[in-house]
Design a protein around this ligand. Structure first.
Ligand code: ADP
Ligand code: ZN
Length: 204
């Protein structure tokens, strides 16, 4: 992507499960753009108030200040049109309009870098990331480490009981799991051995 012709816009997507390093990768790319003296603006949806109101923050505490928007259309109204590189974190929470907005920006010569979850807690494609992948010039799929077995993990396992698509949270509410260890649906919390009623182990 570094050899892209001057003034040509494009879309880059970084996608994968939680804890896979999407925010870290986004921050790395945006920092490099800043080093190249490009004008950069970073946006994040209002829904993600995990750690900070006006910053994107990785699980390893890398930070970059960001503009909070309620949805993708607000990116257009909060955009400084001199901006050359536009970062979008938690893109899966930006709403379906992100597809049109990102295309419009890329058509206008901007470099759009969007990071987001490609699947939800049930392992289903997380709109609008799949649509964005079709339109992107470059796609990076990041994998985490499965917390059960240590293999590469592409799933986000929800650990708390909820039927809602969006339950915002981090450590303790979600963990990365590989294909084999992923348990879609209700989290069946395992009873720890020392919590089992006496005599239960003996019967096994
Ligand atoms: P994402 O944006 O994809 O949720 P982050 O960039 O915020 O990911 O965080 C990535 C960092 O999270 C890693 O560098 C590592 O320090 C930490 N981490 C915690 N749990 C895991 C895991 N299961 N697999 C990989 N990295 C993890
Ligand atoms: Zn596993």
């Amino acid at each position: 992507m570094d050899v892209m012709i001057h003034n040509t816009g494009w879309i880059e997507v970084v996608c994968g499960p939680m804890f896979s390093g999407k925010s870290e990768e986004l921050i790395r790319r945006l920092r490099r753009a800043m080093i190249a003296r490009k004008r950069v603006q970073v946006f994040k949806p209002v829904i993600d108030q995990r750690y900070s109101d006006d910053e994107i923050v990785s699980h390893a505490d890398a930070r970059l200040s960001a503009i909070v928007v309620k949805d993708a259309t607000e990116i257009l109204s909060k955009l400084d049109w001199r901006t050359q590189v536009i970062g979008v974190d938690e893109a899966n929470f930006m709403g379906p309009e992100l597809v049109r907005v990102a295309s419009q920006l890329a058509d206008a010569g901007k470099q759009v870098i969007a990071a987001g979850l490609d699947t939800d807690y049930l392992g289903r494609p997380f709109t609008p990331i799949p649509e964005l992948l079709c339109l992107a010039e470059a796609i990076t799929k990041t994998l985490a480490i499965c917390m059960r077995c240590g293999n590469p993990a592409k799933h986000t396992q929800r650990l708390v009981e909820s039927e809602d698509l969006i339950v915002v949270g981090a450590a303790g509410m979600y963990e990365a799991r590989c294909r084999r260890c992923f348990e879609p649906g209700a989290p069946r919390q395992e009873v720890l051995p020392f919590l089992r009623p006496p005599g239960k182990d003996a019967a096994r």
